[in-house]
Write a protein that binds this ligand. Structure first.
Ligand code: C2O
Length: 551
């Protein structure tokens, strides 16, 4: 294992897409941002220097950050943001993880342009549990907004309404030929015939789950969220914001005279904000393809486009996620907690709050949109929770009394209750070290059932069960998979249903949990777990680094 150094200069850059130039926040003038490559066991020192007028903070999504919570990155949770002209070195070691993860800004909506892949190779000499690929290709799915996303979310929050939707989806920052004025801005994957490629897919879109497919090619899913899975084949996959999926693509043995599109477009439930458009990239076999010379005339050869499921195809999504199983081999076991110390039941969904006097609000019936867990819309503190905890100065910053279940139970997936108003606060869940946790997350149909990709920082969890309707504590647990459930860091709570996860709280610190649909995070669908130190020296959070930013 070695130490790898990276430098991230956060600076402005002009980028043109869809015939429109905008100034965006970038890392090192690159859009999308640079990729980080490391091996399992390596230590990373990433110096982030802020040269822009925004406060900045960077999160290493999916990295477990064992005892190194100071390097996790969500602003006001584990650190104060890096202010203009200042810098901070993120210092962490990759323990027990290999695969694809990603990094992104974790403050306001700046992750719309500040993101890039993290590629974690296995330790030297340890092969993949699948055929060695000829080449590896990261493809980061994104969402492109012609206008400034900070203005979009600020306006939505001020008027209580929904934010404007994006203008395109992208592969590695490129919308592709199905959009006006975008023919040249297409992601192109040039391949040789008869080879195996490992595609490292990341969904960094702000607000949309995405379907993805490559015309006339089968994909073999081998890893999600940096955890190996039992391989399975599929034509199409679905991926929520925050998730990563590695697939093997086998190219055809003889180069075909055709052009193949790869496309992605949203999976939408509930009030989902989406732009009804499709990003396309091009799979191109080496040697000329789409033209052959026959005599004097040039004949155009076929263009194949994949057929993606309908926008609201929940059946497809359910079938797909049911296929995901941990590899669970001797070398890569699935360490599912078999016993539970503490059970939690969280409702996740939308709600409303009253419109302030002298204001008109764009939310339902003149209210403001909110989102909540157990009816509590989380209020961001103005100083970092982890610092407040570590220094023992939590008074006035947070209250450790997040409810373990809804205060007033209702028929979550039936008719919404008359009162859809949320309450608010900076409430944390406290867990003693090594608590074995079971958490049921139940979607509510208040303002419409919706798929919510819930992400937990600092942990992987096992998805032991899921279903539709209201979770039944008497019947459903008997069906839990405690043998080879998928292990991941972000899970879609099914629209109109529930999901059950388990994890062992073996990483002390303050760990954010939120819906990875950015608009829902902004509306308050978030909370944080405070995991206390254990008794042994190696069970304690490390002390904060000297350059930790101040608020
Ligand atoms: Cu990918 Cu809290 O984020």
């Amino acid at each position: 294992a070695i130490t790898r150094h990276y430098k991230f200069n956060v600076e402005l850059k002009n980028v043109t897409r869809l015939c429109h130039t905008k100034t965006l926040v970038s890392v090192n003038g690159q859009f999308p941002g640079p990729r980080i490559v490391a091996r399992e066991g390596d230590r990373l020192l990433i110096k982030v220097v802020n040269h822009v007028q925004h406060n900045i903070s960077i999160h290493w999504h999916g990295i477990r950050q064992l005892r190194s919570g100071w390097a996790d990155g969500p602003a006001y949770i584990t650190q104060c943001p890096i202010q203009t002209g200042q810098s901070y070195i993120y210092n962490f070691t990759i323990v027990g993880q290999r695969g694809t993860l990603w990094w992104h800004a974790h403050i306001s909506w700046l992750r719309s342009t500040l993101y890039g892949p993290i590629i974690i190779l296995p330790k030297r000499g340890i092969p993949y549990p699948f055929a060695k690929p000829y080449k590896e290709v990261p493809i980061v799915f994104g969402e492109w907004f012609k206008s400034d996303t900070e203005a979009i979310i600020n306006q939505a929050l001020q008027t209580g309404g929904g934010p404007n939707v994006s203008d395109a989806y992208t592969f590695n920052g490129l919308p592709g030929p199905l959009y006006n004025c975008s023919a040249k801005d297409a992601f192109k994957l040039k391949v040789k015939s008869g080879k195996t490629y490992l595609l490292r897919l990341v969904n960094s879109a702000l607000n949309d789950d995405l379907f993805f497919s490559i015309a006339n090619h089968t994909l073999t899913v081998v890893e999600v969220d940096a955890v190996y899975v039992k391989p399975f084949e599929t034509e199409t996959l679905v991926i929520t914001p925050g998730q990563t999926t590695n697939v093997l693509l086998e190219t055809k043995p003889h180069y075909p005279s055709a052009t193949f599109f790869m496309t992605a477009r949203p999976y939408v439930t509930g009030l989902g904000t989406f732009d009804n458009s499709t990003v396309a990239g091009i799979l191109e076999y080496e040697k000329p393809l789409n033209f052959i010379h026959s005599g004097n005339s040039i004949k155009k050869l076929p263009l194949f486009k994949p057929i993606l499921p309908p926008l609201n195809d929940t059946n497809f999504v359910t079938n797909f996620v049911n296929k995901l199983r941990s590899l669970g081999s001797a070398q890569f076991p699935a360490n599912v907690p078999q016993n539970v110390d503490k059970r939690f039941f969280f409702t996740v969904g939308l709600g409303t709050s009253p419109c302030p006097r002298n204001q008109t609000c764009q939310g339902p019936n003149g209210t403001m949109f909110e989102a909540s867990i157990n009816n509590i819309s989380f209020v961001m503190p103005t100083t970092a929770l982890l610092q407040a905890h570590f220094t023992g100065q939590s008074n006035g910053v947070y209250v450790p009394d997040f409810p373990t279940s809804p205060l007033i139970p209702f028929n979550y997936t039936g008719n919404p209750p008359n009162n859809t108003m949320v309450s608010s606060g900076t409430k944390l869940v406290v867990l003693p070290f090594n608590t074995s946790v079971e958490l049921i997350m139940q979607d509510t149909s208040i303002l419409g059932a919706e798929n919510h990709p819930l992400h937990l920082h600092g942990y992987n969890f096992f998805v032991v069960g899921q279903g539709f309707g209201n979770f039944d504590p008497n019947k459903d647990p008997a069906k839990f998979n405690l043998v080879d459930p998928i292990e991941r860091n972000t899970v879609g709570v099914p629209s109109g249903g529930w999901v059950a996860i388990r994890f062992l709280a073996d990483n002390p610190g303050v760990w954010f949990m939120h819906c990875h649909l950015e608009v829902h995070t902004s509306w308050g669908l978030k909370t944080a777990w405070l995991v206390l130190d254990g008794k042994l020296p190696n069970q304690k959070l490390l002390p904060p680094p000297a350059d930790l930013p101040k608020c």
